[in-house]
Design a binder for this molecule. Structure first.
Ligand SMILES: Cc1ncc(COP(=O)(O)O)c(C=O)c1O
Length: 387
């Protein structure tokens, strides 16, 4: 099919909720993707943080193929090995105990919201200004952006918004009805907002003192991107609930809510469910992705290349007034400009770079963790010209 035909069919038969770039992507290898015309792009978006081990990964492909031939999905009415193998891995990586599997970040957050309410028998959850948790009704109610909520009211009640990176604001907002505090260890959609070093530790202390749950949304910051499999690990804390999705199975849909034994006991038989959640194919893909990340030491590499990337961006900032701020951790990086980024991103497409936005003014980088210094040099050269 020609690229023009793909675009024509998309317009005709796909609900028009997305603004798409002008090209049609067809295949990928490691950090690169190729469009229908064969043009090569360095992919710094990675499916929005969904491809930690890169595109066209042979190890993952073989494991997915093996599982696809064996058994795809039998529902959660039966025991299956790939799911429990994955649950054990995630428990170990998070320091928590029990997983509930679903298919996306929003669903993982819905599960967390339901569990927190049921466990605490309270209805209020404190969430953050500029936070993002998904588009389903509960997750949307927990999300800040007024623009994307306005048309869908009434939303789920009980969410109280406070300033991010401000522990006192949380303390002030806590009431007798508060079940939990829910936040991202680094705010992603908001434009890569990294809080102060002690923020998570202090929030965790406060939650313990006030006997409320701490829910961490690691949908974007997780899966090794910041140098730990879960970003909260840098703060040496133990939250009550963690959610993950995006890069967990390198692009195959899977979401998970992980909880401590104590809190997980809040859900009994029939309290929550998902037909596809943790199916054999997605679980096998997640097992392979995690094994590959650990075996190839991709978290360590993400820190090394991420630090180099951030250093180079700071050097670029010294010569470019258009750059307001550079921020990030590992390979979760944002560059805030004094101008809207959209036309800049369009120019980068022409130069063979795919970059995401993080709000109107931020260039957002969430590449595969296999990114190398030579790729960073390419990005800096293009940005230097385009900016
Ligand atoms: C932190 C965070 N939570 C939740 C979500 C929603 O995930 P999904 O699109 O898989 O529902 C996103 C998506 O961008 C996210 O960044």
């Amino acid at each position: 099919m020609k690229a023009s035909k793909v675009k024509q069919l998309e317009k005709k038969h796909v609900v028009q909720t997305y603004t798409r770039a002008g090209f049609v992507l067809e295949k990928g290898k490691d950090c690169y993707v190729f469009d229908k015309e064969g043009k090569k792009y360095l992919d710094l978006v990675g499916g929005i943080a969904c491809t930690p081990i890169g595109h066209g990964n042979n190890y993952l492909a073989s494991k997915v193929f093996e599982q696809a031939k064996k058994l795809l999905n039998v529902s959660n009415l039966y025991y299956t090995e790939p799911q429990v193998e994955l649950a054990e891995k995630l428990a170990k990586l998070s320091g928590l105990d029990k997983c509930f599997f679903c298919n996306s970040g929003a669903e993982a957050n819905e599960a967390a919201i339901k569990l927190a309410r049921k466990y605490k028998k309270k209805t209020e959850i404190i969430v953050m200004e500029h936070g993002f948790h998904g588009r389903t009704f509960g997750a949307l109610a927990a999300t800040w952006k007024p623009k994307i909520k306005k048309a869908f009211k009434p939303l789920v009640p009980g969410f109280k918004f406070v300033k991010y990176n401000d522990v006192k604001a949380i303390e002030k907002a806590i009431s007798k009805k508060t079940a939990a505090v829910m936040l991202e260890p680094i705010q992603g959609e908001a434009g890569i907002i990294v809080p102060d070093k002690d923020y998570l530790k202090n929030v965790s202390k406060l939650c313990k003192k006030k006997n409320i749950l701490l829910i961490l949304d690691e949908v974007q910051s997780g899966n090794g991107r910041t140098g730990e499999y879960f970003c909260f690990k840098h703060s040496k804390i133990k939250p009550d609930i963690v959610t993950s999705a995006k890069g967990i199975a390198n692009g195959i849909p899977l979401g998970v809510m992980i909880a401590s034994n104590k809190v997980a006991a809040g859900f009994g038989k029939g309290d929550h469910a998902s037909t596809f959640g943790g199916n054999n194919l997605a679980s096998a893909a997640a097992n392979a992705t995690i094994d590959f990340i650990l075996k190839k030491k991709l978290m360590k590499k993400a820190v090394k290349v991420g630090d180099y990337f951030i250093k180079k961006l700071h050097q670029l900032k010294a010569n470019k007034k258009i750059i307001k701020e550079v921020r990030g951790k590992g390979l979760m990086i944002g560059v805030e400009l004094n101008k809207e980024v959209k036309p800049i991103i369009e120019k980068c497409y022409n130069e063979g770079l795919i970059i995401a936005t993080g709000g109107k003014y931020v260039l957002r980088f969430l590449p595969p963790l296999t990114l190398k210094k030579k790729h960073v040099n390419q990005v800096i050269k293009v940005l230097s010209d385009v900016l």
